[in-house]
Design a protein around this ligand. Structure first.
Ligand code: PLP
Length: 393
């Protein structure tokens, strides 16, 4: 009998990856499935970033680096925070990891213990609850909906905080909803947090640059500098520079916490890939024109998709402010479809009937919704909308 650790039974594999796998399986069987499940930009990594990586290989930069990241990349990250976010850090406050996912994992391992509660607003990025569970702590999910633009209120936060609350996770712009908290909304949440000094904040800014609302990016530290001591800012190059495969994320915060996170990393994966670190540095220090080009495309697709979805019976979709997702209600469509009782069955039904792959909202803690990624061509999106409309007519 195979006997495994209890901790693996408590967590589940990523649902977004499962949808992609199912779509690929149908495609391999000759079906023309349009995959709208992707969690990564569909653009190529900019050439100057690839060139920097090639030069690093040729120069022999192919060995271990410092666990925390190269001094050059950490300095580039410090400069990025000063330049783009008005936040001041020393290099010792920065840890480079193998993707933003590892940054959050390291933080959870360092901060959380059994009995600790972590407040996670839903819909959430699929990995937060499982990474919290792996650290032995308890996710406390706050529900939101379309009518509050999927944002939590200060009263909701206040009601969820207990003496055992250790961490609040904020993700704006949000995966999966594309919602962005305004500076005023963040200031109102901060006011609650100031009354509860035991609560740390993880500000996951991964989608900082995927926005088209025109307003400057603001995180909770911009809204409330007094939270500096207990906020860990998480970011990376995956989405902003279309570098998901390079695996570079970073964390910034209290030097003591960062150094413990580095200790965890030193005994698990060591440094992030040396070549990718050079590429990430080139991304942060080089020409930023790519971001604008990408956002122009995302904005056009977003506008098309939101209008098209709202034109389909049984679907309600609010505009997003950022990221590359639409998160829309299919509650009415589910009710009107015989043999289908929830969003998981509905997504499976759409995959069969319309050959469009979407991720059920349940995966993000929000049943009754679906997530659509518009990180694909406008032609694909047009065909997908035509199929959805026909299936639900
Ligand atoms: N945070 C959010 C909200 C995300 O959606 C993702 C990726 O999907 C990440 C962090 C982690 O990104 P990566 O580990 O690919 O750098």
């Amino acid at each position: 009998e195979l006997k495994l650790a209890a901790r693996v039974a408590a967590i589940k594999p990523s649902a977004t990856m499962a949808v992609t796998a199912k779509a690929k399986e149908l495609q391999a069987a000759g079906r023309k499935v349009i995959g709208l499940g992707a969690g990564e930009p569909d653009f190529d990594t900019p050439q100057h970033i690839k060139d920097a990586a090639k030069a690093a290989i040729d120069a022999g930069f192919t060995k271990y680096t410092a666990v925390e990241g190269t001094p050059e990349l950490r300095r580039a990250i410090v400069a990025k925070f000063a330049r783009e976010n008005g936040l001041s850090y020393q290099p010792a406050q920065i840890l480079v990891s193998s993707g933003g996912k590892q940054s959050f994992y390291n933080l959870a391992q360092v901060l959380l213990e059994e009995g600790d509660e972590v407040i996670i607003p839903a819909p959430y990025w699929v990995s937060y609850p499982d990474i919290v569970l792996l650290a032995g702590a308890t996710p406390v999910i706050l529900e939101t909906g379309l009518d509050s633009h999927f944002k939590i209120s200060p009263a909701q936060l206040e009601a969820a905080i207990t003496p055992r609350t250790k961490l609040l996770v904020l993700n704006s712009p949000s995966n999966p909803t594309g919602s962005v908290y305004s500076e005023a909304e963040l200031a109102a949440l901060a006011e609650v947090l100031l009354r509860h000094p035991q609560v740390w904040i993880a500000s996951d800014d991964m989608y900082e640059h995927i926005r088209w609302d025109g307003a400057p990016f603001r995180n909770i530290l911009n809204a409330c500098p007094a939270l500096y001591e207990r906020t860990m800012v998480l970011n990376g190059v995956s989405k902003a520079y279309s570098m998901t495969g390079w695996r570079i994320g970073y964390a910034a915060g209290d030097a003591r916490v960062i150094s413990e996170m580095a200790k965890i990393q030193s005994q698990s994966t060591s440094n992030a890939c040396s070549i990718s670190q050079v590429a990430a540095q080139a991304a942060l220090e080089g020409d930023q024109g790519f971001i604008k080009e990408m956002n122009t495309a995302f904005k056009a697709r977003h506008d098309f998709v939101v209008a098209a979805l709202n034109d389909i019976k049984g679907i309600r979709c609010a505009p997003a402010d950022g990221a590359f997702y639409c998160f829309f209600s299919v509650a009415d469509a589910i009710a009107a479809t015989p043999g289908v009782s929830d969003d998981v069955e509905f997504a499976a039904w759409l995959m069969e009937k319309a050959e469009v792959a979407l991720v059920p909202g349940s995966a993000f803690g929000a049943p009754g919704y679906l997530r659509l990624s518009f990180a694909t061509s406008l032609d694909n999106l047009k065909e997908a909308m035509r199929r959805l409309k026909a299936a639900l007519a």
